[in-house]
Design a protein around this ligand. Structure first.
Ligand code: IMP
Length: 384
C-alpha cells in the first residue's frame, strides 16, 4: 500500500514564536545556553556539555584546527572532517588538543578534565576499524558518523563496534535522520546523539538529485516527539542536533525552540576568517569559497555511500559572503538567541523547549516581514 503522510513538509522559516511572560529573572546574564552533547539518564548530568549550542559541520571547507580552536574557546565544538587520510585527521585532532593551556582566557570555553580544548571528529561506517582507534589515540572527545542517510545497519554496526571497544569513554553520534523511526533505531543502537536533517544544507542538491529529504521543521518536530517519548519510556535522554539549512540566527533560535539540543552549521562558519577555505574578491566584494561534501570538489564518497569514485554530485561548489571573525559572529548570534529567549520568558534551553509557543505563518504574512524596508539601508553588521 502506498503510504503518504498527511502533513506537508515545512521549513523553519514557516514558523514564528509568540512572546511569553518575561519576568525579573529573564536577564541576559541569567540566560544559560548550555546543552547536553551525549545520552544520559533523565535528570542526571551528561558526561559532555557545551556552553554554547553551536557545532561546526563535518566539512573540508569548514572544520579545520584553526576553526576548531576558535569555536571551542567560544563554548561550542567542531567536528574535524573525515574526507582525508586517517593519519591527517588524527593530526588535526592533535593540533587542537595541543592548544589547551591557552584556553583559560574564555569563561565559556569547552574544556576536557585536563584543561585542553575539546574537539570532535567525523567518522564513516566503512573504515571505522582503523579511523576510530586513531582518533581515540589523538584525543578526540566525541565522534560523529557522517552520512546524508543514517538509517542503516551500517551505522548500527559502527556504533556497536565503538561501544564494545570504548564503552562510554568515546561517545559516537549518528545520523542524519528525518523521522521518529530512524531516531529510535539509532537510539536503540547506542547513538550518543542523533543528527536531524536531509536535503536542507545551503550547498545541498540531495532533494533534487535523489528525491530524498524533508523540510527541516517537519523533520525536527517528528524527531523531537520521538526523543521525548524515548526518554519517557526508557529513562534515557538522547540529545538531538539540528543540521543544515540554518541560514540566519532566527532559524537557529527556531530550531532550539522546537526542541533541538544543539545545532550544526556549515555555511555560517565557512563565511568566517577561521575557516580553511580561500577568501576571494569578486566585483569589489569579499567572499569565501564554500563547497558541499557531495560536490565533485570534495569527492566524499564515504559520506554518500558510493563505492570508489562518485558517479553523481549531491552538492554545490560556490561562494558565501565573507563575514569577519568567529568571536564577533558568535557573540552576535548568542545575543540574538538570548534576546528571543528573554522575550519568550525562558532562561535555559530546557525551559525554552517546554515553554515555546510556535505558529505557522501563511504565505501572505510572509510577505510582510520587512523585506521592503531592508532594501533601503545596508545591514548594520556583516552577516547581521
Ligand atoms: P549548511 O549549514 O546549510 O551549510 O549545511 C551544512 C550541512 O549540509 C552539513 O552539516 C551536512 O549535513 C550537509 N552537507 C554537506 N555537504 C553536503 C553536500 O554536498 N550535499 C548535501 N548536503 C551536504
Amino acid at each position: 500500500m502506498l503510504k503518504i503522510l498527511p502533513e506537508i513538509s515545512r521549513t523553519l522559516s514557516e514558523y514564528l514564536l509568540l512572546p511569553g511572560l518575561t519576568t525579573e529573572d529573564c536577564t541576559p546574564d541569567r540566560v544559560d545556553l548550555g546543552a547536553p552533547l551525549v545520552r544520559h539518564r533523565n535528570g542526571e548530568e551528561p558526561a559532555l556539555r557545551i556552553a554554547l549550542p553551536l557545532v561546526s559541520a563535518i566539512m573540508q571547507a569548514v572544520s579545520s584546527p584553526t576553526l576548531a580552536v576558535a569555536l571551542a574557546r567560544a563554548g561550542g565544538l567542531s567536528f574535524v572532517h573525515q574526507n582525508q587520510r586517517v593519519e591527517d585527521q588524527a593530526a588535526d585532532v592533535r593540533a587542537v588538543k595541543r592548544h589547551g593551556a591557552e584556553a583559560a582566557t574564555s569563561p565559556h570555553a569547552s574544556l576536557d578534565p585536563a584543561g585542553r580544548l575539546r574537539v570532535g571528529a567525523g567518522i564513516n561506517s566503512r573504515d571505522f576499524a582503523d579511523r576510530v582507534p586513531a582518533l581515540a589515540e589523538a584525543g578526540a572527545d566525541l565522534l560523529c558518523l557522517d552520512s546524508s542517510d543514517g538509517y542503516s545497519v551500517h551505522q548500527a554496526r559502527t556504533l556497536a563496534h565503538a561501544r564494545e571497544t570504548y564503552g562510554e569513554a568515546l561517545p559516537v553520534g549518528a545520523g542524519n535522520v528525518v523521522d521518529g523511526r530512524a531516531f529510535r533505531y539509532l537510539a536503540d543502537a547506542g547513538a550518543a546523539f542523533v543528527k536531524v536533517g536531509i536535503g536542507g544544507g545551503a550547498i545541498c542538491t540531495t532533494r533534487a538529485q535523489k528525491g530524498i529529504g524533508r523540510g527541516q521543521a517537519s523533520a525536527l518536530i517528528d524527531v523531537v516527539r520521538a526523543r521525548d517519548a524515548y526518554a519517557q519510556e526508557t529513562g534515557t535522554y538522547v540529545p538531538l542536533c539540528c543540521d543544515g539549512g540554518l541560514l540566519d540566527d532566527a532559524h537557529m533560535t527556531m530550531a532550539l525552540a522546537m526542541g533541538a539540543d544543539f545545532i550544526m552549521l556549515g555555511r555560517y562558519f565557512a563565511r568566517l576568517d577561521e575557516s580553511p577555505n580561500p577568501k576571494v574578491e569578486l566585483d569589489g566584494r569579499w567572499y569565501k569559497e564554500y563547497w558541499g561534501e557531495g560536490s565533485r570538489r570534495a569527492q566524499n564518497a564515504a559520506r554518500y555511500g558510493q563505492r570508489g569514485r562518485m558517479v553523481f554530485e549531491e552538492g554545490v561548489d560556490g561562494y558565501v559572503p565573507y563575514a569577519g571573525g568567529l568571536p564577533e559572529a558568535v557573540a552576535r548570534t548568542r545575543a540574538k538567541i538570548t534576546s528571543t529567549m528573554i522575550s519568550c520568558g525562558s532562561t535555559t534551553l530546557r525551559d525554552f523547549h517546554r515553554d515555546a509557543v510556535l505558529v505557522p505563518v501563511s504565505a501572505e504574512s510572509f510577505k510582510q516581514t520587512g523585506a521592503e524596508v531592508r532594501l533601503r539601508r545596508p545591514a548594520l553588521t556583516p552577516g547581521g
